[in-house]
Design a binder for this molecule. Structure first.
Ligand code: SAH
Length: 467
């Protein structure tokens, strides 16, 4: 099992300082499952290559019980491909042998740590679950040029066909620590074998080494599940935490938000009127199942529960804290069984397609739109109208034109600091009509709250129905 890392950054021998390994000597490190050798096949001013060679001891694997999972003490413990393929042991070795470099620390070249430098990585015999296509999907979005050469299972017996291993070359320009953290996470994803116990601390390691790139990776879900070897509860935990990272810190200020927003709108008890208007729209469409997207602390959920018509209610929010408060306020724990069977809460984000949102007759997003970053609005549109596809969807959002009417709101300000934007009536209607056209919905617009002759109502509501 061999990993090489080359750079043409000059002086290329700085690679030795970044890796904390002197190019002039070969070194050997004892690991729990064998030995790691580090040496430099070339070390010149214009190009320098470091090699990490892993020498896995299958007997040591058995002794430390790190052999293939489920194999018991059978022959497979002793005869397997672990010593030869670039399996997740390589990740462990990277962390142990190049720990400082992985952590982005260099005593002698601190300025170079964050600097993108040209890097070329070769991995011999990298097992690729999902084949070359999956390999590309993992590395290309991170900025790598990927070359992969398939290997025959046995060159002497071509009729045995191709093995699942590839010789892989990755080229990129990035800080060394970034590249190492990509390898650390992605090599075990490609290798399907469970070789060590995956526990809660693996979630921590995944999040730590995935920081800054994993939350936005298009294959994020596959990476998390693959890394955690399909231990569903751990993968769910990690994904939930990544969703939170992705949305900034959704809990931050959420409670404060509720207080401030209520204070600003108190005079007209706009909040109550709004919930009433949404509830009326949901009831009148005849739906039995309803989705409250961005349900927050569950004020609408409580009203929905009060209506027998709704037999299946799902509240979803990106803020785990808000969901906890909702569960408490609704007394989910002590709710009679029959009522409890009608409602569920789920943690998720409107930025991503989620199959759990499919199959509902009606849905709503009450004062949520304005919390989404404008570039995410397109994703929101698809998540709701293309994938979840309820028959009726109710959206409310502030009408910015009305803001001058709030005595407590300084001119030009949005109603809350977490609002990314607030739309005029024309802006909301243009967006909603565009959505309607694109996904085949008719939209009607209704005012919520006292309508001012010039600036309209404080809240605007769009009701989308399948055309
Ligand atoms: N609908 C509730 C809460 C509105 S506040 C009410 O009317 O009282 C906005 C809510 O949207 C917050 O709870 C926030 O956590 C949630 N939210 C923001 N971005 C989200 C996203 N991407 N996915 C799901 N919920 C989100």
């Amino acid at each position: 099992m061999l990993l090489t890392i080359s750079t043409t950054h000059e002086p290329a021998t700085d690679l030795g300082y970044l890796l904390h390994k002197n190019p002039a000597k070969a070194q050997t490190f004892d690991l729990a499952f064998g030995q790691a050798h580090v040496f430099y096949p070339q070390a010149a001013e214009n190009i320098c290559t470091a090699a990490l060679l892993l020498d896995i001891d299958p007997i040591a694997l058995v002794r430390t019980r790190r052999g293939p999972a489920g194999a018991g003490r059978s022959l497979e413990n002793y005869v397997n491909d672990r010593p030869y393929v670039a399996s997740s042991f390589l990740s462990v070795a990277i962390a142990q042998v190049f720990g400082s470099a992985l952590g982005g620390r260099s005593k002698d070249r601190p300025d170079l740590v964050d600097k993108p430098i040209p890097l070329k990585v070769t991995l011999a015999a990298l097992p690729c679950r999902g084949g070359e296509a999956f390999l590309r999907k993992l590395f290309q979005p991170l900025g790598y040029q990927v070359a992969a050469e398939g290997r025959a299972l046995d060159e002497q017996f071509p009729e045995w066909g191709a093995s699942r291993c590839f010789d892989v070359t990755l080229e990129c320009v990035m800080p060394l620590a970034d590249m190492l953290s990509h390898l650390y996470v992605l090599i075990p994803v490609l290798d399907d074998d469970k070789h060590y116990w995956v526990g809660q601390d693996e979630v921590e390691k995944l999040l730590r080494h995935g920081e800054g790139w994993l939350a936005d990776h298009p294959e994020r879900d596959a990476i998390v599940r693959g890394y955690l070897k399909r231990q569903k509860h751990l993968a769910n935990d990690a994904l939930a935490r990544l969703l939170e990272q992705d949305a900034g810190d959704p809990d931050e200020g959420e409670e404060q938000h509720a207080i401030e927003e209520t204070a600003a709108e108190e005079k007209t008890s706009l909040n109550t009127q709004r919930l009433g208007a949404v509830l009326a729209a949901l009831k009148s469409c005849g739906a039995g199942s309803v989705l409250d997207l961005g349900c927050g602390e569950g004020k609408l959920l409580r009203l929905l529960l009060g209506e027998k018509q709704f037999v299946k209610i799902l509240g979803m929010d990106v803020s785990f804290r808000a969901l906890e408060i909702a569960a408490e306020r609704l007394h989910l724990q002590t709710m009679p069984e029959k009522k409890r069977a009608r409602i569920n809460l789920m943690h998720g984000s409107l930025n991503y397609r989620d199959r759990r949102l499919e199959g509902f007759e009606a849905a709503c997003a009450v004062e949520v739109l304005e919390h989404l970053d404008p570039p995410r609005l397109a994703a929101f549109g698809r998540v709701v109208f293309e994938f979840a596809r309820p028959n009726t969807m109710v959206i409310t959002t502030p009408n910015r034109e009305y803001n001058g009417q709030w005595e407590t709101l300084p001119t030009g300000q949005l109603r809350h600091k977490d609002h990314r934007f607030e739309w005029t009536r024309a802006e909301f209607q243009a967006w909603a009509n565009g959505i309607g056209e694109r996904f085949g919905y008719r939209v009607s617009f209704l005012p919520v709250g006292p309508v001012h002759p010039e600036v309209g109502p404080p809240t605007q509501m769009g009701v989308f129905t399948h055309a």
